[in-house]
Design a protein around this ligand. Structure first.
Ligand SMILES: Cc1cc2nc3c(=O)[nH]c(=O)nc-3n(C[C@H](O)[C@H](O)[C@H](O)COP(=O)(O)O)c2cc1C
Length: 216
């Protein structure tokens, strides 16, 4: 594959939120997760876990829970200040119930040797505590999970499938982890909803010069 082909693949992928009512074969889902695990990850610790849910009742249950939490947040008086945006968000909270498959992406805490030193000192060393704060502001487990999800989305796209990365279900983290019987120590990072696309949305990007600076 040359860079032009790769560019077509990368630029051709879009988040898909409408799917055909067609089952996705297990082999494709499994292959996408397998390839996702080849993503770079902190220390090659591979502390991630993936749960593929195809059971319609289970997807509905997760979606209902996410929706009820979104409804609750939208009903709080503080939401009045951003009513229009909140309402749009609330209405879109559980569209993923129509996906033929949802993949839960979970990450375990990864403590590098540096973290261990910092944790041992944080109670009495202000500098160590500050450095630990920097490391915690960009957790390795989340970054590794994100690398896996990005890889997975590209694989799905190449397979002719359409997927969307969903972080909003995190509001129902406790309930989702209980429903999916997630082992302790694993935290929900996001859901990926996937199926055969039933829409072709367009999206652009800022010109790269707007977001890039070279320091020679
Ligand atoms: C970290 C992250 C969280 C996201 N969470 C959601 C979400 O909760 N709901 C949703 O509909 N899309 C979600 N998306 C998809 C983005 O809205 C989408 O990637 C963005 O609008 C750009 O569109 P594109 O993926 O089609 O290029 C998320 C994407 C990322 C990377």
């Amino acid at each position: 594959m040359n860079v032009q082909d790769l560019e077509v693949l990368i630029k051709g992928r879009r988040s898909i939120r409408k799917w055909k009512k067609v089952e996705v074969p297990d082999e494709l889902l499994k292959k996408a997760v397998e390839l996702a695990t080849w993503a770079p990850n902190g220390g090659n610790y591979q502390g991630w876990h993936f749960i593929i849910v195809k059971n319609k009742e289970m997807i509905d249950e997760v979606a209902d829970t996410v929706q009820s939490i979104a409804d609750k947040i939208a009903s709080w008086p503080e939401a009045m200040a951003w009513q229009e945006e909140i309402e749009r968000y609330r209405k879109n909270a559980s569209f993923f119930r129509n996906a033929p498959a949802c993949i839960g992406v979970f990450g375990g805490v990864y403590q590098s040797p540096m973290d261990r030193v910092l944790v041992a000192r944080e109670s009495f060393d202000r500098e160590a505590k500050e450095i630990l704060g920097f490391r915690r502001s960009a957790p390795t487990a989340i970054q590794s999970g994100a690398a896996a999800v990005t890889t997975m989305l590209l694989v799905f796209h190449q397979m002719g499938l359409g997927a969307v990365w969903l972080v909003s279900p995190i509001q129902a983290k406790k309930e989702i982890e209980a429903m999916l019987k997630v082992e302790s120590g694993m935290d929900l990072i996001c859901l990926v909803a996937v199926g055969y696309p039933d829409e072709s949305p367009q999206k652009g990007r800022k010109p790269v010069d707007q977001v890039l600076k070279f320091i020679d």
